[in-house]
Design a protein around this ligand. Structure first.
Ligand SMILES: [Zn+2]
Length: 204
């Protein structure tokens, strides 16, 4: 599944769910959701976010950049800031650096909880409380979509390395996979267009 498909599904899921649960829609919360829905794939050197971060899209560049960035944040925080969320972010970036695609922490519930604890901590400081739920939906939708592919995801990493997947799966790029992605995004878009006037009034 491409980064753009994950992004579309994550944002659509948040907007649709906002009709049923109290989610405050705003450009910030939708932006955070869009970011969260592609975030798990930062463990892949060619993931959508890494396209803009990594100068060379190779495994070793990813390892080097994330470990360096993590150490830089830890040192910066140690000497100048002393925020607990920056300390967690630094450590987490180093762990992401050594994770391989879909075998590590970012495609697990542990990863989601780690990001949520960092965001939760930063949210109080930067007034992002309303973005926590959209972040969770975007990130969760990514993991659920990856569970529909035949590679599955290590949902309980690092406690269990078993890959979990849905009873019905498809391989990415196959006609079944493309059909599945087409049906999900098509149905979501039809729903959004139908409800657009009401949804627009909710965006602040
Ligand atoms: Zn993924």
């Amino acid at each position: 599944m491409t980064g753009k498909t994950h992004l579309g599904i994550g944002v659509m899921a948040t907007v649709i769910l906002s009709e049923y649960i109290p989610i405050q829609l705003s450009l910030t919360s939708l932006g955070v959701c869009a970011f969260a829905s592609i975030l798990p794939d930062i463990d892949h050197p060619k993931g959508l976010i890494n396209k803009y971060i990594l100068p060379v899209k190779s495994k070793w560049t990813k390892v080097t950049v994330y470990i360096t960035l993590g150490i830089f944040i830890l040192l910066l925080n140690y000497f100048y800031m002393n925020y607990s969320y920056l300390r967690s972010l630094g450590i987490f970036l180093i762990i992401i650096g050594i994770s391989t695609h879909r075998n590590g922490i970012t495609h697990s519930l542990t990863g989601l909880l780690c990001f949520l604890s960092i965001l939760g901590n930063a949210a109080v400081r930067y007034d992002l409380i309303n973005s926590i739920l959209p972040f969770t939906i975007g990130y969760g939708a990514h993991i659920l979509c990856d569970m529909c592919t035949n590679r599955g995801v290590p949902l309980f990493f690092p406690f269990k390395k078993t890959k979990y997947k849905m009873p019905l799966t498809f391989s990415v790029g196959s006609w079944q996979g493309n059909l599945f992605e087409g049906i999900i995004t098509g149905a979501g878009l039809i729903y959004l267009v139908w409800r657009l006037p009401i949804i627009f009034t909710k965006i602040r």
